[in-house]
Design a protein around this ligand. Sequence first.
Ligand code: ATP
Length: 241
Amino acid sequence: MAEALLSLRGVETHIGRYHILHGVELDVPQGGLTMLLGRNGAGKTTTLRTIMGLWRASAGAVRFEGRDITRLATADVARLGIAYVPESMAIFADLTVQENLVLAARSGPPRAERLDRIFARFPALRRFWTLPAGLLSGGQKQMLAVARAIIEPRRLLLIDEPTKGLAPAIIANMIDAFRELKDGDTTLLVVEQNFAFARRLGDTVTVMDDGRTVHHDTMDAFAADQALQQRLLGLSMDTHQ
Ligand SMILES: Nc1ncnc2c1ncn2[C@@H]1O[C@H](COP(=O)(O)OP(=O)(O)OP(=O)(O)O)[C@@H](O)[C@H]1O
């Protein structure tokens, strides 16, 4: 397996007086797509937020390209080339699609060829270019959120439930977009509830339960073991889509 681009060792996170993560161990291999799975409330979002420095780990270490980033401010984590697409999508509803994308590009105006690739995947964004993002449908907002994350080359994308509420045709577009990113130089860590989607895209899988990482595997091995999926994911995963 390729060397880990990102690794978490013994990560503990408290939110207020609640102890949420209890020693998370995670390796995200360079150049692949790692799926972070688990039942509702298992701690997946908290793990992504801890990597971004949005929650502060109270113990353990987060390392990116061999460097300890546990105590970095979120802006400095982003500057290293890590982008985060939260489940809430974090787009600016009052700004146009264009303004949302321009603001997401840190190093100057977005490059035309990058925009062309985004439009090819998500044509709705070109169609609604001058409209306020708040007028987009849920699926179109999801596309815009992903487009904001990939408007510039990134080393690592952290994406929380990208398929939530999306129609099957849009999910297919999302799969193509993520494959293209993987074939480029982007590593992905994706939280997902839709197991059909997770299986088609993931190279490796880490499963969380009750604030802990309880299983690591290749996606092929995990997808082949239905008893294990049932035990670790229960009924919260939709395996029938
Ligand atoms: N701001 C908060 N204050 C207190 N508890 C929180 C907060 N955010 C999350 N939690 C708790 O932390 C635990 C893990 O939540 P988290 O959102 O990380 O889980 P998840 O695996 O992403 O779940 P889901 O699949 O439902 O989104 C849950 O028990 C949740 O209630």
